[in-house]
Design a protein around this ligand. Sequence first.
Ligand SMILES: N[C@@H](CCC(=O)N[C@@H](CS)C(=O)NCC(=O)O)C(=O)O
Length: 340
Amino acid sequence: MKSNVGKILTTAAVAATISAGASAATLDDVKAKGFIQCGVSQGVPGFSNADEKGNWSGIDVDACRATAAAIFGDAQKVKFTPLSAKERFTALQSGEIDILSRNTTWTYTRDTSLGLDFTTVNFYDGQGFMVRKDLGVESAMELDGATVCTEQGTTTELNMADFFRKHNLSYVPVIVQKADEALSAYASGRCDVFTTDKSGLAAHRSKLADPAAHVILPETISKEPLGPVVRHGDNQWKDIVTWALFVQINAEEMGISSANVAKIKADTKDPGIRRLLGVEGNMGEALGLNADWAYNIIAEVGNYGEVFERNVGPKTPVGLPRGVNNLWTEGGVLYAPPVR
Ligand SMILES: N[C@@H](CCC(=O)N[C@@H](CS)C(=O)NCC(=O)O)C(=O)O
């Protein structure tokens, strides 16, 4: 009996040593410098966008803020690096950034060939087309011969080529280096069509002089699961970024928000919530974090629903419905593994 206990402890200790030794690099670096360097877009309202004072906001910004809240108990401990689509993966590979949180689609090729790992999905999307309303086009099937603008280094390029080829339609691609160039080429009439993720279309439309003069066509031509990316091989860091998002999804499901988390922490007798909020035990320890890691995420950044409504929901200029990005209990696909 005694020797068995000894064996189990030894195995656990060895596992802990291996995991700490092999994977602690990014967390240690981040703790030492005192902030997370977060790679974001150059400006997609609702996802990552800076105001005139240089304050960043958006769903992708909040993924980095949630991680900062988990580590530092301070969601402001993040610095942002705006990146074009083409630059983004190199910035992560080279160590210039700690997290890439920039409307980036999780694909097989990216996950397996870039030395990077997708954590989880913070927005389920799909590619669409936007045209000027006065063109009178109602379906993507009417786009034969169109000039189509988009940004280089995106999933958009191949999806668009596949779509036109599959439907035997011709098109003229205009591929530019920056989203703003693509948008101004579209706005000036150099392109008939602007194509990207549908959330991106809604975001970019909100920047146009007369958003109501543009229509997003009904077709969704691809799957674009968007989420934060980290370097391959740092499992602890990947776990922290992943579970920060899972905490926010679970919090919404449990009815815990930034508005009520303090009261719930003080009053609740629910054992699962007591563990999640660090009243009992220390769920943060296995991630190298404190017991209040999840509490801090919810208190400072909010649950997933709050993040969605504040950044891209119907009351914002981006104006997206919750749709598939709703909880599984509400008809969506958000289903986070439990914190237990
Ligand atoms: N989700 C797609 C598209 C991402 C993307 O970069 N789209 C462009 C739309 S034109 C964009 O958002 N650019 C914003 C920027 O560069 O600031 C991908 O991962 O490749």
